[in-house]
Design a binder for this molecule. Structure first.
Ligand code: SAM
Length: 346
């Protein structure tokens, strides 16, 4: 029999935790209240009640990849494609800066329409206009040279979820042309260059087992990323995974709490996907240990086109311009939104 307090204490001493103890946390919903309150204590020790906000700019929905789960995959012919210009992106940053955002996250599909010079030009233009802001990129797998060029141009952080740490599962989610080996190599290259690096995975992706999740947690222990993105898988009607069930809210929350206890310093977003599967998903994510939210700062005309999954939220508190609503939600959960660049506190 397991005692939740003993398991939590092993988890805090990350190298002590055995697979069966992790399985106990992952498989039992009735230990949630203790798990979440322990995670909350640790998040407050490291970050107080601060919640960092990031302005998410979805720069392109063109993608050369064909991930089976993703609505902007190459073979989805049913969406209109768009690519923002540098001036569109700068306008988003102007609006975001006035609202209090001090981090801009530029995310997009793997779009060959942007070459490295263009990415560097966008990054350096935003950085020279807003030197007090951090720039996060999330534009997929690139060569080490490309990552270095973006870093030298002024990018500070890079988000690249590993998606799953098991080879077999990776191949069930992606076509042959993609490999976990390369994804991991990219993450280590990013770290070596000096980025604050974000990894992460979807909860409840098709074929995922509890053993897969344990492997994901082990990979996070090994990589020691600064940021960890965890959200439920949500089906998209125009993908090969259209008939699979969505990920589970409670399992997602338990994994957020486990990651908070394992990597106390981590920046963990309460994701849009969490807010999409449940109306109070974002608040629950914060209460389980998350300390970041990423409202949508993309031009409103393109928001519905960045359709990674069905019913993706981009209005209300998910919209950057409704920051007051978000602030109220965050306060209701017991925290407060701060105007801060929000670097990792190692
Ligand atoms: N192209 C970049 C990359 O590969 O990292 C960034 C964009 S990609 C669409 C961002 C993330 O969206 C992925 O890492 C994936 O975990 C998440 N995502 C894609 N489809 C999803 C789905 N159906 N449900 C939940 N999350 C999804």
């Amino acid at each position: 029999m397991y005692n939740i307090y003993e398991v939590v204490s092993k988890l805090k001493n990350e190298h002590d935790i055995d697979d069966d103890s992790l399985r106990f946390l992952l498989e039992n919903q009735d230990i949630e209240s203790v798990l979440f309150s322990e995670a909350d204590v640790v998040r407050r020790e490291h970050y107080g009640d601060d919640v960092y906000i990031r302005g998410l700019i979805e720069i392109s929905n063109y993608c050369k990849n064909n991930c089976y789960y993703c609505g902007i995959r190459r073979d989805n012919k049913n969406i209109a494609r768009y690519r923002l210009t540098k001036s569109d992106i700068l306008e988003c940053c102007d609006a975001g800066y006035l609202l209090g955002f001090r981090t801009f996250v530029m995310q997009g599909g793997e779009d060959g329409g942007f070459d490295d010079n263009e990415i560097c030009d966008i990054v350096s233009s935003v950085k020279s206009k807003y030197p007090d802001c951090a720039i996060t990129l999330s534009i997929g797998e690139k060569s080490k040279e490309s990552y270095k060029a973006y870093f030298d141009a002024g990018a500070d952080r890079y988000l690249l979820r590993h998606e799953t740490a098991c080879d077999d599962h990776y191949q069930q989610l992606h076509p042959q042309s993609m490999s976990l080996k390369n994804r991991k190599k990219c993450l280590y290259n990013l770290k070596e260059i000096g980025y604050q690096v974000g990894a992460g995975f979807m909860v409840g992706s098709p074929f995922q087992t509890i053993d897969n999740i344990i492997a994901d947690l082990r990979f996070l222990q090994e990589l020691q990323p600064d940021m960890v993105g965890i959200g439920p898988f949500i089906r998209h009607h125009d993908t090969p995974f259209k008939d699979f069930a969505n990920g589970d809210l409670h399992l997602t929350l338990r994994i957020i709490a486990i990651v908070r206890l394992m990597l106390p310093y981590a920046l963990i977003p309460s994701t849009t996907a969490l807010g999409t599967i449940s109306n109070d998903g974002r608040e629950l994510g914060l209460k389980a240990g998350a300390n970041v939210v990423m409202p949508n700062l993309s031009p409103s005309a393109v928001r519905s086109l960045y359709s990674l999954y069905d019913n993706k939220k981009h209005s209300g508190s998910e919209a950057a311009e409704s920051l007051n609503l978000l602030k109220k939600q965050v306060e209701h959960a017991g925290y407060r939104v701060v105007t801060d660049v929000g670097n990792v506190k190692r």
